[in-house]
Design a protein. Structure first.
Length: 550
């Protein structure tokens, strides 16, 4: 009897152990199933969030906290927001990207991982102590003020981080304690400067740098209730010593960056699950797959693996028609927002800034935005444009609004000089696949030999126009070393144009709107064979005027 009871007791314990194990396994399986289901749901929500309407994305570089905060009359969020932000409420701005991450290790918030630039500048005496110090003392955090404003006005808000900004190479107050303590993290030094990029850039080949970057992005995601984060790889576009010394990044280095992007995606997914809504990931990169690969970014692989939600092509220069980037992003279900940066076009004219002034005009931005929409892009991204009261915030995000506003089309707003020089890439112009004629590369005419210039016009202005007023259209050519315009034969889409007037170095040709087609228009400029002149075409402007220049 005793043995039977012992056997029963042992069997009972055994069954209890087995039952407990089964329950635990079932619980773990159920938990994993729930987590997996939640993750899939989160990914679907992220996809939907990625494709929400963004007519205009406004990138604010955060200088309102440093360079412009002295303009605040009072220490209040309203006063701070009035500098660059509050006026865009109710416009076509659907998203604000606010930059809190500058040079590596320098941020615009109280961080456990980096230097707060405002606090550091105050201690160094390089910022006015009154207002700035009061903002800090009142704990008026710039990113949080931006979030509060955006939530109130139903605007999406991202935190923007510059992945290797090098303004600290010439501005020592931006040089982080991290870089001072670890000069071995940099691609060069003040004494030994690299061929490409700025010596103060960090070297992403080092695991310490990649690890710290992931932790910094995690910090902002945990600190703030953001809709997403932007990694700005274009400011500035040198990431590895291999590139900085005159070569290109290796596949091993590209794999390092891909691994880092995977970790960032995992981090944002974990954050999304914890808070119950997704965190989007945006990247700003050069608009060429080959150029990106040479600097260490395997963008195609990132898109294939679903590591990116928003693609922002463009920056210091543009290598391809916008259609190239749009096709790439849409192939992998990723929306594309071409970056319209301010023009820094160089010229050797009496006024060295004239070419840039033309391209920074309201009329030029309108034409550029029309080109963005005509490419099939999902919206317009504005970089280094900080006038919150500009009419552009109410115009660029809607093609119908733009239809009857004055514009000037140019062969390009961004120059080609930066493709290889400075923060560029050795031999980078091999990736240039669009028109290169511009004030930085003028066109020398040879007698009897036609020179062709293709210009894309993204609107219907002639016979194709189905409604609205027909505009006045004018071609302006800036030609050096030409006394008589009769020595030139100028054609548009095969039809000759007659010159009418000359203003300084500019020759003006009236254009019948019926000659203009939506899309590529070919201008053919020929110096007559008998001419002894040696003219140089320095610029081509195509004006479309509806009488609404505003």
């Amino acid at each position: 009897m005793k043995n039977n009871r012992l056997t029963y007791s042992r069997n009972k314990r055994l069954w209890l152990i087995v039952l407990t194990a089964v329950v635990c396994v079932a619980g773990v399986t159920a938990s994993r199933s729930t987590a997996a289901g939640s993750l899939e749901e989160m990914r679907q929500q992220r996809k939907e969030a990625a494709h929400r309407q963004r007519r205009i994305i406004y990138n604010n570089d955060g200088d309102d906290l440093t360079a412009f905060i002295r303009q605040c009359k009072q220490v209040t969020p309203e006063e701070f927001l009035s500098l660059r932000t509050s006026a865009v409420a109710g416009t076509q701005v659907d998203t604000v990207f606010y930059c809190v991450g500058l040079c590596f290790g320098v941020v615009r918030y109280d961080s456990k991982l980096g230097d707060n630039i405002v606090r550091t500048a105050l201690e160094a005496g390089t910022l006015p102590g009154d207002k700035t110090e009061e903002f800090l003392r009142k704990k008026l955090d710039a990113m949080q003020m931006m979030i509060d404003f955006c939530r109130k006005n139903k605007i999406e808000v991202f935190c923007s981080i510059r992945m290797n900004d090098t303004h600290d190479g010439s501005n020592q107050r931006l040089f982080s304690a991290l870089k001072k303590e670890h000069p071995e993290y940099l691609i060069g030094s003040q004494e030994k400067r690299p061929k490409y990029g700025v010596w103060s850039a960090v070297n992403y080949a080092l695991p310490e740098i990649r690890d710290l970057r992931v932790r910094m992005l995690q910090e902002v995601c945990e600190k703030y209730d953001l809709d997403g984060i932007e990694m700005d790889y274009f400011r500035h576009a040198v990431l590895f010593k291999s590139h900085a010394t005159g070569g290109v990044a290796s596949q091993e280095e590209r794999d390092m960056m891909t691994d880092m992007m995977r970790r960032i995606r995992q981090m944002t997914e974990e954050r999304g699950l914890k808070r119950g809504r997704p965190s989007l990931v945006a990247i700003r990169v050069p608009d060429s797959v080959g150029y990106c690969e040479a600097m260490g970014l395997d963008v195609v692989r990132w898109l294939k693996e679903g590591l990116v939600d928003i693609l922002i092509p463009g920056g210091y220069f543009r290598l391809n028609p916008w259609e190239t980037s749009v096709e790439l992003g849409h192939k992998y279900g990723v929306p594309v927002y071409p970056s319209l940066d301010e023009s820094r076009m160089k010229c050797n004219w009496p006024d060295k800034t004239e070419a840039a002034k033309i391209r920074n005009s309201v009329q030029s931005y309108r034409a550029r935005a029309v080109g963005v929409w005509d490419s099939g892009a999902d919206g317009v991204y504005m970089f280094n444009y900080f006038n919150p009261r500009s009419p552009l915030w109410r115009e660029l995000g809607d093609l119908k609004t733009l239809e009857t506003l004055d514009k000037v089309y140019t062969t390009g707003a961004r120059g080609i000089a930066g493709i290889e020089a400075g923060n560029g890439l050795p031999g980078g112009q091999r990736f240039l696949s669009r028109l290169a004629f511009c004030p930085e590369r003028p066109l020398k005419l040879i007698p009897g030999r036609p020179a062709s210039v293709d210009l894309s016009v993204g609107e219907r202005v002639g016979n194709e126009r189905t409604h609205g007023p027909v505009p006045d259209v004018t071609l302006r050519l800036r030609v050096r070393s030409l006394a008589n315009a009769d020595e030139l034969v100028v054609k548009l889409n095969g039809k000759s144009l007659a010159v009418s007037t000359r203003q300084d170095a500019w020759w003006e040709y009236p254009v019948r709107p019926a000659l203009v087609v939506k899309g590529a228009n070919r201008f053919e400029i020929t110096l007559k064979a008998e001419s002894a002149a040696k003219p140089v075409v320095e610029d081509l402007l195509f004006w479309v005027r509806y009488g609404k220049s505003r």
